[in-house]
Write a protein that binds this ligand. Structure first.
Ligand SMILES: [Zn+2]
Length: 143
């Protein structure tokens, strides 16, 4: 698996600041029949191993939408449902929670869940706070 150079440093900073980390992911390849949900689990397990190898706490949980757009499910991003379900399950508050992603639907997903959406990309967005790197975002949370 390949990561950006500063990914683990950024995640470590977030954990040091007390944030719990979740993955919220659309995996329409499952619904389209390109690969099995089991393959997604294998990748998530690898992610968790890589976290531990980098001396990080594993991700707290994963929320997966395995549906294709044609399924008209209620969980696929930009729906906020995967996030609100996690917030209910782990008693998280909207304040102090962020949905961070590199696509507009990620930020919209956060907004639809009632939390702050954040974009990681080279160009600024007029609708959401944008940062060039995850580390830049994590650093911005330091008080
Ligand atoms: Zn879904």
């Amino acid at each position: 698996m390949e990561y950006f150079l500063d990914t683990f440093k950024a995640l470590q900073l977030l954990q040091t600041l007390g944030y719990e980390l979740f993955i919220v992911t659309n995996q329409s390849g499952v619904g389209r029949g390109y690969f099995a949900l089991e393959n997604v689990y294998v990748i998530h397990k690898q992610l968790q191993n890589d976290m531990r190898e980098n001396k990080l706490q594993p991700f707290k949980d994963f929320a997966i939408c395995p549906h294709s757009p044609d399924d008209a499910c209620d969980c696929r991003k930009p729906s906020g449902k995967m996030i609100t379900d996690l917030m209910t399950k782990y008693h998280l508050t909207a304040e102090g929670s962020y949905m961070v992603g590199d696509k507009l639907i990620d930020a919209e997903c956060g907004k639809n869940a009632g939390i702050q959406g954040v974009l990681i990309r080279a160009t600024q967005s007029k609708d959401y706070p944008s940062f060039k790197t995850l580390l830049e975002f994590a650093t911005s949370l330091k008080k």
